[in-house]
Write a new protein. Structure first.
Length: 105
């Protein structure tokens, strides 16, 4: 196995698992927290490859413009939008405007 790739995946998935309900993180920010600054695209690729039934909160990862990266009205876009709205986010088009039910502890 390729150790840097394994370390990247395990770090990203660990941080992803810790993102609290009602909060979001940008791909690049997640990469940076995992110790791999500049790896935003690789984070996106990793998110895309997660199984549909994953329990990881992949839907909390958005782009740096606070937008859902999937094209509007695609299956992936609709799944992410629905999950974010369930957590209180208001989404206009593909942009997250605010979380009306912040769940910070």
């Amino acid at each position: 196995m390729n150790q840097p790739i394994d370390r990247f995946k395990s770090q990203v998935l660990h941080i992803l698992s810790e993102i609290p309900k009602g909060e979001c993180i940008a791909y690049g920010e997640l990469a940076k927290l995992a110790g791999f600054p500049g790896y935003a695209r690789q984070v996106g690729s990793l998110m895309k490859k997660l199984p549909k039934d994953t329990k990881l909160p992949w839907h909390r990862v958005i782009n740096a413009q606070k937008r859902i990266s999937f094209p509007e009205n695609t299956d992936a876009y609709l799944r992410q939008k629905e999950r974010l709205e369930q957590e209180g986010w208001v989404i206009v088009g593909n942009k997250l405007s605010l979380n009306k039910n912040p769940t910070k502890k």
